[in-house]
Design a protein. Structure first.
Length: 54
């Protein structure tokens, strides 16, 4: 997956946590992933509906 340095830094800033032994906030990371999956699911539903209606 290609990702620009700027996008990488923005994501890194959003999920980083100095309090975590692995350096990221796992809960925030999972919420962001699940949110993005929901966005993708909604977009896919619109595409499928569009294809069905012709």
């Amino acid at each position: 997956m290609e990702i620009s340095n700027e996008a990488y830094r923005k994501i890194e800033e959003m999920i980083s946590s100095d309090e975590s032994p692995v350096g990221i906030d796992a809960k925030k990371t999972h919420v962001l992933i699940l949110h993005q999956l929901r966005v993708i699911e909604d977009r896919l539903s619109l595409i499928e509906a569009s294809l069905k209606s012709g």
